[in-house]
Design a protein around this ligand. Structure first.
Ligand code: FES
Ligand code: FE
Length: 434
């Protein structure tokens, strides 16, 4: 019989075709692709480390990862923020074991070399017993060479010559600000992140949360009410500001009732924290136009992605990082984010909301992560290598928009994922500096 699929075959040596409508299963499963990603993507991009609200006081620290590299993010006495690789310069042990805390020194357990919170080596216990003391100033923890923050979000990069963070974020700042500037005292991260390991490739959660709104009415049919899905069909937008960065949201009409604007899943009974939370959000909304302008005041966010592996789920106030742990494993971190000036009991409600939907046992998280695990299995099965995954929905339908920076389309268009994989492919193909 005629093979009607002949035009959907990918050159066996390609991972991604020109317009990224066809993507090889090897992108998720191949160990050599993973090794290249570590160098060429995670070695060269800005990577999210944490939020300034986690390290307010001198001596405060949190642990972070840059791909598989463990990093300590800390604030020193002079108020500066430092990012150091968590590996002793003597024999390589981690010098910090706690996920977060406050300290004056990081003391390595093996021979007790000790380091300041800024990463300088300050004491070698054995030096009194040897004639020649090493130059301690040359033996501090290895620094992350670039560290910048934007609106309290701290990023690091191993790439000395990377563009400034503001330029890297580009027009995504417009969409991030729709949330970050919405609240009178800004936002803060609550506690340390929840962390768990999933048998999935790191790009699966990233792609999902960069713009895959299409699965909501089906995979999450039991949870997301029909009216919420209809609101997305009626008012939903998907935006790509630069390949790999994107946002999805609803842009409600100017005369939308105030009750419908604000946090995401407030229409789910029992998960909204009741009247008091709604009242707080109504007050925020009443002043949103002064803080973020009329267009962004009408935005009711869904999900965002910052290349390569930071996601923000506005609808349940979660920042998430997908830390690679090999081609088939990801360590997923999720922080609850709340308005800094909200009363403590409302923050608690918002955190519970974050956890019940998107924590490790979260009801939406379980459905999503099961799909990512199944997708990884699909990427690994034999005798299907010549049948790439199809990413062509809405091909070429994205356009500029008068009020919204970037290219814009309906949420059914998979251009967000095509743009991600085009950038990913080009980064993998680029020369690595010697
Ligand atoms: Fe850290 Fe020896 S390995 S002090
Ligand atoms: Fe989902």
């Amino acid at each position: 019989p005629e093979n009607r699929r002949s035009d959907l075959v990918l050159d066996p040596y390609s991972l991604v075709n020109d317009d990224a409508s066809l993507i090889s299963r090897r992108c998720w499963s191949d160990a050599s692709v993973y090794e290249a990603e570590k160098q060429r993507i995670f070695g060269r991009s800005w990577l999210f480390l944490g939020h300034e609200s986690q390290i307010r006081k001198p001596g405060d620290f949190v642990q972070a990862y840059m791909c598989e590299t463990p990093v300590i993010l800390a604030r020193s006495e002079d108020g500066q923020v430092h990012a150091s690789i968590n590996s002793c310069t003597h024999r390589g042990l981690p010098v910090c074991r706690a996920s977060h805390g406050n300290t004056r020194r990081f003391v390595c357990p093996y021979h007790n070399w000790s380091y300041s919170v800024s990463g300088d080596l300050v004491a070698i216990p054995q030096e009194k017993q040897v004639a020649q003391c090493p130059d301690k100033s040359a033996l501090g923890l290895k620094r992350v060479p670039r560290l910048e923050s934007w609106r309290g979000l701290i990023f690091g990069s191993f790439n000395d010559s990377i563009e400034p963070l503001e330029d890297y974020l580009g027009d995504m700042r417009f969409y991030l600000d729709a949330f970050l500037l919405r609240f009178p005292a800004g936002i803060e991260f609550v506690g340390s992140p929840q962390r768990w390991v999933i048998d999935a490739n790191w790009k699966l959660p990233v792609e999902n949360q960069l713009g895959d709104v299409n699965h909501g009415p089906f995979l999450h049919a039991a949870i997301i009410p029909a009216e919420a899905n209809q609101e997305i069909v009626d008012y939903g937008y998907s935006v790509v500001t630069q390949p790999g960065h994107g946002a999805t949201f609803r842009l409600l009409p100017e005369d939308a009732p105030v009750e419908s604007v604000g946090w995401g899943f407030e229409s789910i009974p029992g998960q909204t924290g009741g009247a008091e939370l709604q009242e707080y959000l109504r007050e925020v909304h009443a002043q949103a136009s002064d803080r973020v302008g009329p267009i962004r005041a009408r935005m009711k966010g869904l999900t965002y992605g910052i290349y390569p592996n930071l996601s923000f789920l506005w609808s349940n106030a979660a920042f998430k990082v997908s830390h690679p742990r090999g081609p088939g494993k990801v360590e997923y971190w999720s922080w609850s984010v709340v308005p800094a000036d909200a009363p403590a009991h409302l923050k608690k409600i918002l955190r519970a909301n974050h956890t019940s939907f998107f924590g490790p046992g979260g009801i939406l998280e379980q459905e999503d992560s099961e799909s990512w695990m199944q997708q990884l299995k699909g990427a690994n099965i034999g005798f299907a290598d010549d049948r790439p995954f199809y990413y062509g929905l809405g091909l070429g339908e994205e356009k500029p928009h008068a009020d919204l920076p970037g290219l814009v389309s309906s949420t059914a268009n998979e251009f967000y994922a095509r743009a991600f994989f085009q950038r990913w492919r080009d980064d993998l193909a680029a020369e690595v500096r010697a």
